[in-house]
Design a protein around this ligand. Structure first.
Ligand code: NAD
Ligand code: NAD
Lengths: 205, 205
């Protein structure tokens, strides 16, 4: 299995290549890609070598070609529909995040147990949580974002896995288990601040 | 320097120990802590060994004692005031996140260039971005969360560093540079979905 950290870096290279392409650059060295991404050029070459030979000796990498190669490798060369479960404070912010679309992900279905006063952006329909399995299977959705309270998250994740969802991004700060074949990513914002506090306290000691 | 990944795991152990203490558990083995956190018990013992001898042979760890030891090591045994810059879709959700307080962080100052229609939760005051440096220095704030558009993020981070902020959590999907002595953590939600799509596409190939 290729480490998730490597995939995270590929996503970062993709973002840099998109920016360079927008600036009209046609070739780039691993040193320049290193400057823009903050990753050591040797690590960049190692990451790319996992997937094949992409550079041209003496020239570097062709920006558009490398971008398309990475997209192919990452499986993001086609659009994905995404489900969002829990349209509260965080969920309604995520619905409006334009960054997902830049990566090729469109939230087309949102689910909640309370449908009052929830404004949906264009292209996204709000459903009751009871309809989650039916709608997800009809639309063939394989990726879901979960932003419900931690007391309901395991039940929601179990239902998503039964509805053949294969990738879940969880924001609830609690341990969640998923069956074989489902990838889970957790974002714990409290832990992010803990890490900042740790290095701060090191300086103060 | 102790790796950030290790500190992230300490934060996870802390969350598990808090849950166990709330359930009335007084002792715990590394195997049980491994089950609850999803981390291999040998890794747990290795992480804790960085900071000292915490277990008791034949008994395991005393839950409250280990919790306090880890809090001490992480520098989170005292409350921190945090600044939030950018009170838009994401920022206003973060203002209402109760998880930060559980870790000992209270957002007490929020900054924006547009002060219209922004409702502040109790204990947090909204200021204009022009007052950022003055307020941060008066309050002695050392940690800041930045949720402004990527076009303004570098300027904001430079100003925060000048105001002696030492830890910054950035949500804008772009490379940000910080001076020596400032710790930066990036959360890129687009990358999280890229990682899910990668493993999904592996299964489909
Ligand atoms: N607010 C933030 O910025 C933030 C930051 C980090 C993590 N989180 C985590 O994200 C989650 C959501 O936080 P929030 O602040 O948006 O909470 P919230 O209470 O504002 O929103 C939760 C939403 O989930 C819905 N819901 C509850 N049970 C459901 C179910 N069974 N099926 C579908 N929908 C259901 C509720 O109706 C509500 O709309 C929590 O676990 C929280 O810890 C929030
Ligand atoms: N919405 C999301 O859920 C989400 C998710 C991931 C990442 N992000 C990132 O977080 C950032 C904020 O996203 P958003 O959706 O909240 O955007 P938004 O436009 O809703 O909010 C941005 C806020 O920043 C304020 N602002 C602009 N310039 C400022 C300055 N110089 N000083 C202080 N405040 C300033 C604006 O007035 C506005 O209130 C963006 O970089 C976005 O890419 C957002």
């Amino acid at each position: 299995k290729i480490p998730e950290v490597t995939i995270g870096r590929l996503s970062l290279y993709l973002r840099c290549l998109n920016e360079m392409e927008a600036e009209g650059m046609t070739v780039v060295s691993s040193a320049e890609l290193g400057r823009r991404s903050g990753i050591n050029p040797a690590q960049i070459r190692k990451d790319l070598a996992y997937f094949g030979e992409f550079g041209t000796r003496g020239v570097g990498y062709y920006v558009s070609e490398l971008k398309n190669n990475i997209k192919e490798v990452m499986g993001v060369n086609r659009p994905y529909e995404v489900a969002l479960v829990g349209v509260g404070n965080l969920g309604s912010a995520l619905l409006r995040y334009k960054g997902f679309q830049r990566h090729g992900f469109r939230i087309t279905a949102a689910f909640d147990v309370d449908l009052e006063d929830k404004e949906m952006p264009e292209g996204c329909t709000l459903y009751h949580a009871d309809d989650m399995e039916r709608v997800i299977q009809e639309k063939g959705i394989k990726i879901a974002i979960v932003s419900v309270h931690q007391s309901s998250v395991q039940e929601i994740v179990d239902r998503l896995a039964k509805a053949k969802v294969k990738g879940i991004l969880n924001f609830a700060p609690t341990k969640v288990s998923v069956p074989e074949g489902v990838t889970l990513r957790d974002v714990d914002m409290g832990t992010e601040l803990d890490i900042l506090a740790f290095y701060l306290s090191l300086q103060e000691k």
